[in-house]
Design a binder for this molecule. Sequence first.
Ligand code: SF4
Ligand code: SF4
Length: 129
Amino acid sequence: MNNFKPRMLAIIREADCIGCTRCIQACPADAILGSAQWMHTVIAEECIGCQLCIPPCPVDCIEMVPILEPTENKSVRKQKAVHFRKRYHARQARLLHEAQSQPVTLHEKGDKKAYIQAAIERARLKKIR
Ligand code: SF4
Ligand code: SF4
């Protein structure tokens, strides 16, 4: 029986992308590049194929494609796992830092809803640390 499963990679149809940044916020691997109002693109080497970027895209312009890679030995797979874990933790640290630095600005603006949302996000990030 063949258990081979190709690695899945997200690709963005850049012509359809409206630059809303929702996929960036959803990607746990920081594998998407782009900024508001600009088209976005996936960094193939960093994509872990989790598909979390697909549901938030309002224009449905992200798809998963299989890619064929040379068979990796255990040591290479382990190195990759460490690399992806490091990127994930770096992302969590950045999100926490952003959430912690948000309240002052938002509070000054009197944006109560965003202030509460930032507080909820801080609490959520603390839980998963
Ligand atoms: S599939 Fe996962 S890792 Fe790849 S770009 Fe989408 S959210 Fe990021
Ligand atoms: S969610 Fe979709 S439309 Fe929005 S930036 Fe990402 S790829 Fe582009």
